[in-house]
Design a binder for this molecule. Structure first.
Ligand code: PMP
Length: 416
């Protein structure tokens, strides 16, 4: 494997060293070295994260918050320390603004359910964009159907960018929330969220950012962005599955009713009445995913040690390299050519179904994702059933991209 050491004011970036931190990258698939390009679906885990899970269950396991015994104190501290790490990582104002959830989908459902109950009335409108993941469409549709709320959708261009003027035109007195994807998982587009937030705030409308594909690639500073809500999933940032985060401004979260009822989210319960716990616990009913929350903190330590700016630079170089190589193949068309893109490369090949591309590449050891990527409206917009998608992470290399490109050349030859 190559050794890329970049040192341009950023932290040194040593791909070989990084690859050695990820045990799974060294397995063989169908006898070939694994080239893992399905990072937008989920990232692989460094050994420190895997070890943290083992350590938790071997020496820390206990339920949190109400215990006075040693193990409960230790696990509570580790869980709350992880919340502090996340707070610092996204530069939130307070730990109260960091709610542990199951992931991005869960975070969006939390806000949809709670916001609908607390803030929405008949006839209100919510704006989303034409490139949302299903998880930023369906939760809003569910409440729209219940409450007679209108969902308005910002159109996208042939390049895969939102039509900003149309978005501005959609804002009106009935708009109660704008919920947009920061980085599109099927097109790679990095949306102009700063401008979206500014336009929304000029009308006092809160903005929810789906950060599932942003947190692992971009420096996210929720205070600088001034977003009102931000959601991400642990498993896409080298942490475990089943854990994620909802950030919300403290004032807004305080105004929202609880989403789920149960243990830990209460202050006092009688059969007549219940009063609720303070933030963030008001939104964390029941025993949370303690081990994975703690290991998510370890994943954040791990990538902070490398530096998001260095990671982002490496991934941009990979995207540029792959885009150049793949655009050189006559039969291939890239879907999503926004000016600002993250490390996602979606493409279609003339007369070859993406599933055939994916299966063929699998036998070369190359893991890509094929399908609609939970963005069926995007597929409809581009009049295609599916794409093949290679998405790059901090441990990928140009040599691996060469394997992908040579696999694509082979399949094009075979199908000729
Ligand atoms: N939004 C985007 C943009 C995504 O890429 C994904 C995951 N593919 C989600 C939301 C949902 O994330 P999760 O399945 O981890 O809840």
């Amino acid at each position: 494997m190559n050794k890329v050491i970049v040192n341009s004011g950023l932290k040194a970036f040593d791909v070989e060293k990084i690859r050695s931190d990820f045990p799974i990258l060294h397995i063989k698939v169908h006898g070939k070295p694994l080239c893992y390009f399905d990072n937008a679906a989920t990232t692989q885990k460094p050994k420190v994260v895997i070890d943290k899970l083992v350590e938790f269950y071997s020496s820390m396991n206990a339920n949190i918050h109400r215990g006075v015994h040693y193990l409960s104190v230790v696990s509570t501290k580790a869980y709350e320390d992880s919340r502090v790490k996340i707070k610092k990582f996204i530069n939130a104002s307070s730990e109260k603004e960091i709610i542990f959830t199951k992931g991005t989908t869960d975070s969006i459902n939390l806000v949809a359910g709670s916001f609908a109950r607390g803030k929405l009335r008949d006839g209100d409108e919510i704006i989303i964009t034409g490139m949302e993941h299903h998880s930023n469409i369906v939760p809003w549709q569910l409440i729209a159907n219940e409450k007679n709320i209108k969902l308005r959708v910002v159109p996208i261009t042939d390049n895969g960018e939102i039509v900003f003027e149309e978005f501005v035109k959609m804002i009106n007195g009935k708009t109660k929330l704008i919920s947009v994807v920061y980085v599109s998982n099927s097109l790679g587009t990095v949306n102009p969220v700063e401008e979206i937030i500014e336009a929304a705030h000029n009308h006092n409308i809160p903005v929810f950012l789906d950060g599932a594909q942003a947190i692992q690639h971009l420096n996210v500073d929720v205070r600088k962005l001034d977003c009102d809500f931000f959601a991400f999933s642990g498993h896409k940032i080298y942490g475990p599955t089943g854990i994620g985060v909802l950030y919300g401004k403290e004032k807004l979260l305080n105004e929202l009713p609880p989403y789920q009822g149960g243990g830990d989210m209460i202050s006092k319960v009688t059969f007549e009445e219940t009063t609720f716990n303070t933030l963030p616990y008001k939104f964390e009913a029941g025993t949370p995913n303690i081990a994975d929350a703690i290991a998510l903190g370890t994943a954040i330590d791990y990538i902070s040690g490398i530096g998001i700016d260095a990671i982002s630079k490496h991934e941009s170089e990979l995207l540029e390299y792959a885009t150049e190589k793949i655009s050189g193949l006559e039969e291939v068309k890239i879907i999503g050519n926004a000016k600002r893109k993250s490390s996602v490369l979606s493409f279609v090949i003339e007369n070859i179904h993406p599933h055939d591309v994916g299966t063929f590449l699998d036998f070369e050891g190359v893991a890509i994702r094929t399908g609609h990527h939970c963005t069926q409206p995007v597929m409809d917009r581009f009049h295609i059933p599916a794409t093949s998608r290679a998405s790059f992470a901090l441990y990928n290399t140009k040599e691996e991209i060469d394997v992908l490109v040579s696999g694509l050349k082979k399949i094009i030859e075979v199908f000729k």
